[in-house]
Design a protein around this ligand. Sequence first.
Ligand SMILES: Nc1ncnc2c1ncn2[C@@H]1O[C@H](COP(=O)(O)OP(=O)(O)O)[C@@H](O)[C@H]1O
Ligand SMILES: [Mg+2]
Length: 287
Amino acid sequence: MKIPKRIQPLVDEGLVDEVLRPLMSGKEAAVFVVRCGEHIRCAKVYKDADHRSFKQAVQYQEGRKVRSSRRARAMEKGSRYGRQQQENSWQNAEVSALYKLADAGVRVPEPYGCFDGVLLMELVTDADGDVAPRLNDVAMSAEQAIEDHAIMMRYIMRMLGVGLVHGDLSEFNVLVDSYGPVVIDLPQAVDAAANNNAGWMLERDVNNMTQYYGQYAPELLQTRFAKEIWALYQAGDFDPETELTGEFTDPTEAADVDSVLEEIKAAFAEMVERQERKQAADEPDER
Ligand SMILES: Nc1ncnc2c1ncn2[C@@H]1O[C@H](COP(=O)(O)OP(=O)(O)O)[C@@H](O)[C@H]1O
Ligand SMILES: [Mg+2]
């Protein structure tokens, strides 16, 4: 096909030899199947900031580190240079998350770098060599759902282990190949320690997965993995390989039991005191 304008610089640089076909064009990015030498890969072209939607929202940006302070100031001021830098940091966030996650043992497409706003990565395919379906298009047995759900919980733990929360994890951002689930679409990944939204985003990510797999294995719908994982993370000394139970007792529930016990104790003490006072009053004066 005709080479899209945004991919032309990569062709000029010899990074891409041929653009085979468009794969998907969403609100945030357009994805193409490309040939790099003898390899078939995938090129994700980010749309301009003006054409993009929610993932740019401030709640994702909080705590994101920017190296030079001049750049940080420009980003805050929202100048043209600032917008350009924000754009770059946005695009680099995905490729750097992909490298980090691959290292941490999370299945993601293998990244080959991000050039001029185009991410080159492995094309995830199924057993026939066709583009792998999204989880949303895959039906499965209860057994398979439980197994894949456990894998996703482990991947979420491993992401946290390297300080990241996906932030947009859903059945539309997971591909399924013959080995299992593969996590994609990470430009909005948030810094778990520095971003105050990380807790509820993690909860939403976990619950999206549990809801999806729960259609096939309804017992999953009773689990409380989100709270369990976040509590482990907050307790410090986090080990991403910790066995999970799916059970969780709300600390506020526990605190409530404690406070009821406290009240009973206080009421008992008051009663004893009252009786003692009454006894003292009833006893004849010793003088
Ligand atoms: N590495 C890949 N291999 C195969 N398909 C992919 C890959 N990356 C993206 N896709 C396809 O392109 C779609 C859009 O990519 P995604 O990264 O989710 O961007 P968007 O921000 O537009 O949702 C995905 O839903 C998936 O169908
Ligand atoms: Mg997506």
